[in-house]
Ligand binder design. Structure first.
Ligand SMILES: *[C@@H]1O[C@H](CO)[C@@H](O)[C@H](O)[C@H]1NC(C)=O
Length: 469
């Protein structure tokens, strides 16, 4: 039997790495002729990623996680944005990546079974490695963990005139013009983020195919705009690919989580609003206080993953510990003791799967959106960074699948005031029947897409045909 090997690389963030690993898992499970190697990049500032990689490597049966030799991170004067940092950091591994691929190729020619290295998958910010694949004549693909709408935006990156704050931008992957306020910092800030993103977008066109973690039924318009793009080769919507148990495997605080799930077990069905802002999300004290006041006034049961801002740019937020003073209004914890729980990091997917959870205030990272749709829990939007403002816009305005709290919040923006939080939580939990119904339907559609002959299933089959032909 001919066997097929595929190799993946992703920048070391939870949002990009986790879906890559899950996709490798999906592919090798679907077709046992495939085996996968995920090359991982070590970043000392992000111990959580390293922990995730170790725990996932220990539990993966059909995929191998291979840590590349450690390379010093770029010096602060070499980049201005996070995208700049990650793009350079991955690029600096070029030599090691080439070496790893060569080693796989030579093992394959020495082995008695016939094993073929059929694809090297890069992610949205590691396209500097496309050349390595070309040099070794390995077909190169892109695995894209953000929505098709943002992929389309990246391919048609607008030039933004900083003087015109009210301008709008027509982009083929959106039905409505995009207000300037929802554009990502990458495009608005005058730093290296813009040039990196346009570089990567140019390289997307050099790949043999693009695999997007989305589904036709969720993003028909953006996907059609990509299918119509004659400069792209193949586009495969194969999602939602989700980590339904994984992050629980490297749970930093199992005792706390037992307490959370015991508490959730006692709450009525769909009664709890869950607030969680992602692996990189935290807010300043004044904003935390507005949320607390709004939540208390709204009066719903709540579970709030409140995390402490990091000390330095590349670090993750941390959990508060016993000696920290939480930035909450006086007496907030006492007054809400019966109805709410403030906690640290939580296994988000597991919480969303709990039937006590009736609404999700989310930063709108694409993985979080897919998880909430999978579990049929409506989102209220509170974007923070990355392309999340555009994801929030897509969910609220393009798809009418989410309730709006904010579409344009980001660090340095005006505070979202308590009355807006209160109104948003109310409309999430007791209004928005139409949205709740649509989200429940989409939940079924997501599951159907992955089932035999579903849209994503069929696209995966086409991808496999392409890879093995
Ligand atoms: C999927 O499609 C094939 C070919 O049309 C058909 O033979 C098979 O029964 C279908 N499977 C399901 C579960 O519908």
């Amino acid at each position: 039997m001919t066997r097929f090997e595929v190799v993946f690389i992703a920048i070391p963030t939870i949002g990009n790495l986790v879906p890559v690993v899950e996709f490798a898992n999906l592919l090798t499970k679907h077709d046992p002729r495939f085996s996968a190697t995920v090359l991982t990049v070590h970043t000392p500032q992000q111990p959580f990623i390293n922990k995730y990689v170790q725990s996932r490597a220990a539990s993966a049966t059909n995929i191998r996680l291979l840590q590349l030799p450690t390379v010093d991170p770029p010096a602060p004067d070499q980049y201005q944005s996070l995208v700049g940092f990650f793009s350079l950091h991955v690029e600096n591994h070029k030599h090691h990546v080439k070496h790893a691929l060569l080693k796989l190729i030579s093992t394959e020619s020495n082995s008695s079974d016939s094993v073929r290295l059929v694809a090297f998958f890069v992610d949205m910010f590691s396209t500097t490695l496309v050349d390595v694949a070309a040099e070794l004549a390995v077909p190169c693909y892109l695995f894209y963990a953000s929505p098709a709408s943002f992929l389309g935006f990246s391919l048609h990156l607008p030039r933004v005139d900083s003087a015109k704050s009210d301008s709008e931008f027509a982009v083929p992957s959106f039905k409505n013009p995009l207000p300037r306020l929802v554009l990502p910092n990458l495009v608005l800030d005058a730093n290296d983020g813009y040039s990196w993103l346009s570089y990567h977008a140019k390289m997307y066109r050099e790949t043999k195919g693009i695999v997007v973690n989305t589904l036709e039924e969720l993003e028909p318009h953006p996907l059609q705009s990509l299918y119509n793009d004659s400069q792209l080769k193949q586009v495969y919507a194969i999602g939602p690919v989700l980590d339904l148990v994984g992050s629980a495997q490297c749970d930093p605080n199992p005792a706390q989580h037992e307490r959370i799930f015991e508490w959730l077990d006692q709450q009525p069905r769909c009664s709890v609003v869950f607030l969680c802002f992602g692996s990189m999300g935290s807010m300043k004290a004044t904003q935390v206080e507005e949320i607390a006041i709004g939540l208390e006034r709204a009066g719903f049961r709540f579970l709030w993953a409140l995390r402490k801002p990091p000390n330095a740019q590349l670090q993750h937020p941390r959990d508060y510990n016993e000696v920290d003073v939480l930035p909450l209004p006086d007496g907030f914890l006492k007054r809400t003791v019966g109805i709410g729980l403030v906690c640290g990091w939580v296994p988000q997917t597991k919480v969303l799967a709990h039937n006590a959870v009736g609404g999700f205030v989310s930063h709108c990272g694409w993985n979080s959106i897919l998880e909430s749709l999978w579990h049929g829990v409506p989102v209220a939007t509170w974007p923070l960074y990355g392309e999340q403002q555009m994801n929030a816009f897509e969910m609220v305005k393009e798809l009418e699948l989410a309730v709006e709290i904010s579409l344009d919040y980001r660090e340095g923006a005006d505070l979202v005031l308590a009355n807006v939080v209160e109104k948003g939580v109310r409309s999430l939990m007791e209004g928005g029947d139409e949205i709740r119904k649509k989200v429940k339907e989409m939940s079924g559609v997501c599951r159907g897409a992955l089932m035999e002959n579903g849209s994503s299933y069929s696209n995966l089959v086409s991808l496999i045909q392409d890879l093995t032909s």
